[in-house]
Design a protein around this ligand. Structure first.
Ligand code: ADP
Ligand code: ADP
Length: 225
């Protein structure tokens, strides 16, 4: 993906906030990128823009060689559901659905038969180690377990990119490390990971860190392999 001279201005009654200011970023398939910077610098706006949940005010967003600026909400949703998985700090599971139903929901747009859906859900539950909780409700799980479900939901449709907004922010250090190791394993299989984090230790899992300040990219650090 490529962001070219991308700007996002939030306008409220009397205030204009330049949340992203002329940002230029390229991320290749298979990269693991951390986004860091102080509160309010534009990290969530950047991630939501990459995830097509938020639209730029100006500039270009190229995704798989398509300029998606000007695409309709339906077109964006279709690209998003096929390509992008989301992981949030607060897990964002649906309280009224079981673990397996939460994961299966991410497949409903994929137009595959029910039996095949169930098989895929079973496979990812095994992969993230949550199969023994398939029939549980999110409220019956620990934070670490809920985030495993969110990881399963993010990859069950074979999405090529995961966007993670402080995925370890509500976890203790042991469970935070577990989530980081899952993301690292997915990255080794070829999944692109873009992650907002405040933790320098967790940013170390990424091969590149983009530092934002006041809506601008200020530095990029690449780690030796
Ligand atoms: P971060 O994730 O780094 O904390 P955000 O992307 O959430 O930063 O916010 C960047 C800037 O945009 C902040 O100044 C924030 O107050 C402002 N902002 C974010 N969302 C909105 C919104 N919906 N309306 C108005 N201003 C917003
Ligand atoms: P915050 O930045 O306050 O932590 P979230 O990360 O929970 O907020 O959500 C960021 C944005 O993504 C919100 O606009 C929210 O409505 C949207 N969002 C949250 N979960 C999903 C989801 N599973 N699919 C699509 N959009 C989502």
């Amino acid at each position: 993906l490529k962001l070219h001279n991308l700007t996002r201005v939030y306008r409220t009654e009397d205030v204009e906030t330049l949340a992203l200011n002329n940002v230029n970023i390229e991320i290749a398939q298979g990269e693991f990128v951390a986004i860091m910077g102080p509160s309010g610098c534009g990290k969530s706006t950047l991630l939501n823009t990459i995830g097509m949940l938020d639209s730029p005010s100006s500039g270009e967003y190229w995704f798989n060689d398509e300029n998606i600026a000007g695409y309709s909400e339906a077109q964006l949703a279709s690209i998003r559901k096929r390509n992008i998985g989301f992981i949030f700090q607060n897990f964002n599971l649906i309280d009224e659905l079981t673990v397996e139903e939460n994961i299966e929901l991410a497949l409903l747009y994929h137009n595959i038969p029910s039996a095949e859906r169930k098989a895929k859900v079973a496979e990812v539950m095994d992969k993230v180690g949550i199969a023994h909780r398939a029939k549980h409700m999110p409220s019956q799980l620990s934070g670490g377990q809920q985030q495993r479900v969110a990881v399963a939901r993010a990859v069950v449709g074979e999405q090529k990119m995961i966007l993670a907004d402080e995925p370890t922010g509500n976890l203790d250090s042991v469970h935070g490390e577990e989530v980081m190791e899952m993301l690292q394993a997915l990255n080794k299989e070829g999944t692109t990971i873009v992650m907002v984090t405040h933790s320098p230790a967790h940013a170390d899992y990424a091969k590149r860190t983009i530092n934002l300040f006041d809506g601008s990219v200020v530095t990029e650090n690449v780690r030796a392999a």
